[in-house]
Design a protein around this ligand. Sequence first.
Ligand SMILES: [Zn+2]
Length: 596
Amino acid sequence: MATIIRGGRVLDVRAHRADAADVLITGDTITEIGAPGMPAPADATVLDARGILLHPGLINSHTHAHGNLAKGMGDRWTLELLLTAGPWISGGRTLEDKHLSAKIGAVEMVLKGCTASYDLPLEFPAPTPEGIHAVGSAYAAVGMRAVVAPMVADRTFYEAIPGLMDVLPPALQQDVEKLRPAPWKTSVENMRRALSEWKLDRDQIRLAVAPTIPHHCSDEFIRACVALAAEHGVGLHTHVAESKVQAIVGLQRYGKTLTAHLDDLGVVSDRFTVAHGVWLDEDDMRRLGDRGASVAHNPGSNMRLGNGLADMRAMLERRVNVGIGTDGANCSDNLNMYESMRLASFVSKAQRPDIERWVTTDEVALAATEGSARALGFQGLIGRLAAGYKADIVFLDLGHVNWIPLNDPTNQLVHTEDGGAVTHVMIGGRMVVRDRRLTTIDVAALAREAEAARERLARLNAPGQELYERLAAVVSRFCPGLAHTRTTSRGTSAAPDRAPTAPRVVDRSIEESARGSSSPSACATSTHPSRTWSDRERIAAPANSSSERHTCACERPPKLHTSRSVSTPIASSPATFAATSSGEPISMPPTAASSS
Ligand SMILES: [Zn+2]
């Protein structure tokens, strides 16, 4: 069965042009793009696209199905507080809730011009084949493509952050013990079953493996995930160096960066996607680029959680494949890929005044299409309007004010469009959105289901909210203290007994905290918008650097910042900082670099 789209203008991202062209589709695939009026089979369905700009469906390289029912539940939370909030905002979900939450996200994405996503859903204490199917079948019902990679871990958040468990009062230690994930063999076995028994069309919905955060997983678990992904020829996806806390914990635990650690475990390959990568250093990016790996760049979430600004230009220079993502609605509150593209462009420009290092709108648009397609493992199939590619096409109304006037279609796609001009969305040759309405599912019924689930879950998870509030009182002090560290090329190794040649050392500024230049919250990464790129470069200080560097950019620019602090092992840093800055006589014993 053939369809011909006549009268539209087809976006050429690289050329910043949108010339008139007709698009012939056979089945689910584009078979020809040619001059207006080109021949088509006599029985082809004709779609009138006069006044329409056609662009390839946007591809979301990182989101979380479970986040959609938790949309808008928090405001001022860091990544670490978001992880603390998990049992409250994502707990108690039935299989139907998991399906519903995924569906809400898929609906939002397609209505906003996104046709495929890399989704990392949560199931506690372990993923199940039924839970994974509940998410995959939601995408199928909406008519969208997805790669579903359930997040797995075998440590609690409180064990993953060295020292955090020690500072919890005994009653809270008992509470968080109940949050322990299943033994890793259970997770691997359940994922293996899901992979073996997968019934959905793999051209539309695929699976992948997501050891969620490196230090939340034992090394043996990560190795088993690598083996499982290889066994089934699927991707691996992990949050890496998303927050400064994570970057520092990596150095503490492993005496090397999280990326170097994952590389040593065999994770880094052309099937591997790093989510976020805000705190990657040059060596990390080189490893990722050399192995053909991807980064899912989520600029909105990175700012929303106070994690900083990832350096897309540096990644591209080291040949890292960059895709664009929204992250989950529990930490970016919408799944609007136009907004993510706009922010990816703006974040690059906000980092430095050297315009030659700013990413261009075509680089961003290509990242959100071809780059994300490669991250999903769909390269050559989606992400481009060309013969042989799947017919995943967004129809934008050029009569919408976003396009009045039309000056440069690539610039306007990235900087002006916000989803408001999306009129139709075709996925695999099927009209999933027509005249701004979904053709596949009833959104009013979805809204009723969501409201009923919301009410039920709010009641069910009230104790989870209460637990969150007690835990947040500790986490919100401890983790910013951990982030408030400094790097130096001399001093004690981060993990001297395990990594005598560690390339960098992290220590703390005693004087900073003792001077009381700021409260921990005022100095935390979570509240400081301007500090990030310089922090990251300083964390990445080369081993032969002779200058001592200060990671707190909250006072003055790096060149003016002379260090007056004493080098101390990182292991004692967060606890001491938290204790000295909290003003409370709680005991926060020094932590030890913990073994993996
Ligand atoms: Zn994520």
